[in-house]
Design a binder for this molecule. Structure first.
Ligand code: IMP
Length: 483
């Protein structure tokens, strides 16, 4: 982006360690912190970016993914299930009855992918635990679960425990890998796994829902939403996002209205728009956040093909002004997600300073181990494929958002493999915090209020990069963000 941030007065309050990047995902009328993320980045709803693995790792890091909708309802809901079953502390387990046969238990293991099943009686009272180590399908097929389980008397259990710290101390003493938590009547309320506690301690920024499951978003389209939305919400989707390059449309209005009247507890991010009118149209029709940007994505050829679009910086400024106006009029703060063309920390910081509340990225995340594609070697470099949702490759999926169009609006290519998400993200986040520190602010709201930006000339951009030296070894030149 053609802006640079001017330094502000840095105090001890605005050093990196004190900076919070927590930001609202959507507007909610009740004071729920569930719809806030700890880092201001979300992964794009694209086939080559946001599958279950990405969604799990990003939520653990404090952001959120939007699972792509250019796939069948069944496969998208299966992805949602995988994310929601990933354990983030207390787990609501799938139980089996003591009379269940070992053969059926074995089938359940394959269907659900779980290895540990709590055993209950007909009144749901906890009786024991059975894991994959407790039976051999060939020898014990005919037996029932109660014949092979580890009984309650041989297990350490916790009663009425609600915080992970207490669960942790019991687990550490127990030699067990899992701790059953019971209520005062002996009924099972949840399980806490040892490995999840470690995971939780390693990821203090992770974002979870009210059942302590990782937060996850899902993209939807304006065609099959009446079937797709109920299926996704049923699997636990926390937030929906209408995936479209042009959100200023009657189709979006109808889609939002249907969702807000049928699923009022599930917020909808609508978009994309690039004008103040587009922003106001969506929020007046019930959008809980608005996605901004048209034609700026790294794989996007919309501007070239159709001549429509707007520079992302201008789009953010115009819509952010309208958001603030709307807030002053109604008291409702509708967050803005800047989408397309941002892929490094300096542009994330500038987009936030221009007024965005968080940033959606495709290319940045496509490079990671956790994106759904396979690595390949091209000219001795490790690459991952990356393609637009409007490219011919994605358009093969028949219900794709661009399916009615006779031409592609996106391209297909490769991006350099960047390793594990956590490693890259840690660097990106620390750079953003350092930028806020230099600007003399300690959170995104202060950045919105105080940032001073200046348009830079082409010469200044050149001046701001390494220049006029010969570097035979570029290893001292950090390029963790793939530029
Ligand atoms: P990136 O982060 O610059 O790679 O841009 C990702 C964004 O580009 C997505 O979040 C979408 O808004 C947009 N996008 C995805 N696929 C296409 C396409 O095929 N054509 C145009 N824009 C696209």
């Amino acid at each position: 982006m053609e802006f640079r941030l001017l330094p502000g007065y840095t105090t001890s309050e605005s050093i990196s360690e004190h900076i919070s990047l927590r930001t609202p995902l959507v507007y909610t009328s009740h004071s729920s912190t569930k719809y806030e993320i700890n880092i201001p980045v979300v992964s794009a709803a694209m086939q080559s970016v946001s599958g279950a693995k990405m969604a799990i790792e990003l939520a653990k890091a404090g952001g959120i993914s939007f699972l792509f909708c250019s796939q069948s309802i069944e496969s998208q809901t299966a992805m949602m299930r995988a994310v929601k079953h990933h354990k983030a502390g207390f787990v609501t387990p799938h139980t089996v009855n003591k009379n269940t046969s070992i053969e059926r238990l074995h089938q359940l293991r394959t269907e659900h992918g779980f290895n540990t099943f709590p055993v209950v009686d007909d009144e749901e009272k906890f009786l024991g635990i059975i894991t994959r180590n407790d039976y051999d399908i060939n020898s014990h097929r005919e037996m029932s679960v109660s014949d092979r389980m580890i009984p309650k008397q041989s297990l350490v259990t916790g009663t009425g425990i609600t915080n992970l710290k207490s669960a942790n101390s019991l687990l550490m003493e127990s030699h067990q890998s899992v701790l059953p938590i019971l209520d005062s009547n002996g009924k099972l309320s949840s399980l806490v796994f040892r490995k999840d506690i470690y995971d939780h301690l390693d990821n203090p920024a992770q974002v979870v829902d009210e059942k302590k499951r990782l937060l996850c978003g899902a993209a939807i389209n304006t065609h099959d939403y009446k079937e797709r939305v109920p299926a996704l919400v049923n699997e636990g989707a926390d937030i929906l996002c209408i995936d479209s390059s042009d959100g200023y449309s009657e189709f979006q209005k109808e889609t939002i209205k249907w969702i807000t009247s049928n699923f009022p507890d599930t917020p909808v991010v609508a978009g994309n728009v690039v004008t103040a009118e587009g922003f106001r149209f969506l929020v007046e029709n019930g959008a809980a956040a608005v996605k901004v940007g048209m034609g700026s994505g790294s794989i996007c050829i919309t501007q070239e093909q159709k001549g429509t679009g707007r520079g992302l910086a201008t789009a953010i400024m115009k819509t952010a002004q309208e958001r603030d106006k709307y807030f002053a009029e109604t008291g409702k703060y509708i967050p803005i997600c800047a989408d397309g063309g941002i892929g490094n920390s300096k542009d994330i910081s500038v987009a936030l300073a221009l007024g965005a509340d968080y940033i959606m990225m495709g290319r940045y995340f496509a490079r990671m181990e956790e994106s759904p594609t396979e690595k390949i070697i091209i000219n001795d470099r490790i690459m991952k494929p990356y393609w637009g949702e409007g490219s011919n490759r994605a358009r093969e999926w028949h219900e794709n958002r661009y399916s009615q169009s006779k031409f592609a609006e996106g391209v297909e290519g490769f991006v350099e493999y960047a390793g594990r998400l956590k490693d890259s993200l840690d660097v990106t986040i620390s750079k953003i915090k350092s930028t806020l520190s230099t600007c003399g602010v300690s959170d995104i709201a202060q950045l919105h209020a105080n940032a001073q930006l200046e348009v830079v000339s082409a010469l200044s951009i050149r001046e701001g990069k390494v220049h006029d030296i010969f570097m035979p070894d570029k290893s001292s030149y950090p390029d963790s963000e793939g530029y």
